[in-house]
Design a protein around this ligand. Structure first.
Ligand SMILES: [Zn+2]
Ligand SMILES: [Zn+2]
Length: 352
């Protein structure tokens, strides 16, 4: 895990003048875990520690942090500009309660996919997307005092990343167990069994990591969902496992379905993992993407080997049969086809 100082260093513009006061303000701000801080709140907090630091210096430093990508400016429409930092705080959207003025953060892969689709279609280079949903929170609706979490967002983010990864492993396990059961090719069955075994092992590791995280943070399970991954990769394997139920799915098709699922899963976790800021959730996604990539490579190798085996078997079967009377017609038509190609070499080249 990066320290606040390391986080600041990765964002510091090259060749910039260093200032002790600014470094102090930046570190102080980055160590805040309360989410969004208004500029005047930060002034009070900092001047409470060191009264020699002026309001103007703090405001200038906030702007410096926004320019460096350390801080983001958030405006909830109540006339107070707030700031949040990116340290242990992944990008997100906001639900803003107009009654208690609290904001609640969430992330949705579907919204991001939509933003990407629209910006790409309009040849627009996006820098930042802001989504704020105004309304009344659950506590305010129920007349309860607003719930305040002291957990850093990235812990909830890690929990949700683990949940997505665990759900994906579970459906992967179902997929490979089912594929092993229907495989007719002995080697193919062995591969599916091996992958089912790997999924089971990964699942055990992820569940242990989840249990550890919950143990470290007592009220973690009670936190609302941060990551919404409706169209997430676990859906890929669930759909793949359903496809295996269809009549007439053979080893070759089962391998192809597996390849498609692993590829989709790898791309999904890699794409999202790479976009996240440095966090446990990011690491979970990227590690998982790597494992899916290994499975994908293994399946592609097996698919090629299966095709080669099928071809070898077909050649072996065709050889003695070719000399027999019954295949004469087919052999003759095959040689006619070859002759036709020979007659039109130019045309064949073009279409190749
Ligand atoms: Zn509220
Ligand atoms: Zn926020």
């Amino acid at each position: 895990m990066q320290s606040p100082t390391e986080f600041v260093e990765t964002h510091r513009p090259a060749g910039g003048r260093r200032s002790g006061k600014r470094d102090f303000i930046v570190e102080f701000f980055v160590r805040q875990t309360s989410g969004h801080v208004a500029a005047d709140e930060l002034v009070d907090l900092i001047r409470g520690v060191d009264a020699r630091i002026s309001r103007a210096t703090i405001y200038r430093t906030l702007q410096w942090m926004v320019d460096a990508g350390i801080a983001r400016r958030v405006d909830f429409g109540d006339g107070r500009v707030r700031f949040e930092h990116g340290y242990r705080h992944p990008r997100h959207f906001h639900l803003v309660c107009k009654t208690c003025q609290q904001s609640f953060e969430f992330l949705s892969s579907d919204i991001e996919a939509l933003v990407e689709e629209v910006t790409a279609a309009r040849h627009f280079t996006p820098v930042q997307s802001v989504l704020q949903i105004y309304g009344t929170c659950e506590s305010c609706q129920a007349g309860r005092p607003p719930a305040r979490s002291t957990l850093p967002v990235d812990v909830v983010f890690a929990r949700d990343a683990l949940r997505v990864a665990i759900a994906t492993e579970r459906s992967g396990l179902t997929f490979y167990t089912r594929a092993a059961r229907l495989a007719r090719d002995a080697r193919g069955r062995e591969v599916f069994e091996r992958l089912a075994g790997e999924e089971r092992e990964h699942l055990g590791k992820l569940e242990a990591r989840y249990a550890e995280l919950v143990e470290q943070h007592a009220d973690l399970e009670a936190q609302p969902t941060f990551l919404f991954f409706k169209g997430a990769a676990n859906g890929l394997f669930a759909a793949g496992a359903e496809e295996l139920r269809e009549a007439g799915v053979d080893d070759r098709q089962a391998l192809l379905i597996g390849i498609r699922c692993e590829r989709g899963s790898h791309l999904f976790f890699k794409r999202y993992g790479e976009r996240f800021d440095e966090s446990e959730g990011k690491r979970i996604f990227l590690e998982f993407a790597g494992e899916e990539r290994d499975h994908f490579d293994l399946l592609v190798r097996e698919y090629r080997a299966l095709i080669a085996r099928e071809r070898a078997a077909a050649t072996a079967a065709a050889k003695p049969a070719a000399s027999g009377r019954t295949t004469k017609g087919r052999a003759a038509s095959r040689s006619r086809g070859t002759a036709a190609h020979r007659r039109k070499p130019a045309r064949r080249k073009r279409s190749a």
